[in-house]
Design a protein around this ligand. Structure first.
Ligand code: MN
Length: 199
């Protein structure tokens, strides 16, 4: 499946005077489109690496995919996050914001501070942490910090040295090979099924 550039839900100039039509056209048609193309190209390169059994460039390929896919996801959400006619916060989200941040005003102040504090290129994002079951405001460096926002953990392997050094010293590969013998696939499958069902 190839990723595709979504249509904007409004015209380029509909967000004026807050964001100009010139910016929206460039941002959507050029920048977002480049992320879509980059994500598709990365998928092809990863498939090529599998075909050739050559994972020598896997670090760069992984970073390229994360960067471009996250750029595509973030912008798709960003466009839908905006509307020509501003609306008042309402509903369950407003209740949750008041509950966790104290008030909408305080939330806006924190979100603004998080956004202003991003060092270099990045995003401020309100996220629902499904495991902590709470809202969080996070900074994303670049688009992803090498993580896409849509990720839900299904199976995790800790490769910090503290997880294996006593047993395997510096030979991380042996630890990784050994780990495949002790997977709780039932747990992984249960989590995956939950996510898949909720989509
Ligand atoms: Mn952008």
């Amino acid at each position: 499946m190839k990723y595709e550039l979504p249509e904007l839900p409004y015209d380029y100039s509909d967000l004026e005077p807050y964001i100009s039509g010139a910016i929206m056209e460039l941002h959507h048609d050029k920048h977002h489109n480049a992320y879509v193309a980059g994500a598709n190209q990365s998928l092809e390169q990863l498939e090529d690496a599998r075909q050739k059994d050559d994972f020598g460039k896997i670090n760069q390929l992984s970073k390229n995919y994360a960067f471009n896919f996250a750029g595509h996801v973030n912008h798709s959400l960003f466009w839908d996050n905006m509307a020509p006619t501003g609306q008042e916060a309402h509903g369950e989200l407003l209740e949750a914001i008041r509950d966790q941040f104290g008030s909408l005003e305080i939330f806006k102040k924190q979100f603004s501070a998080v956004a202003a504090g991003v060092q270099g290129a990045g995003w401020a994002v309100l996220v629902w942490d499904a495991l902590a079951k709470r809202l969080q405001i996070v900074q994303l460096f670049d688009h992803q910090a090498n993580l896409a926002l849509s990720l839900t953990p299904i199976l995790l392997l800790d490769v910090w040295e503290h997880a294996y050094y006593l047993d395997y010293k510096n030979v991380r590969g042996d630890y990784i090979n050994a780990w495949w013998n002790i997977i709780n696939w039932e747990d992984a499958n249960k989590r995956f099924t939950k996510v898949a069902v909720s989509l």
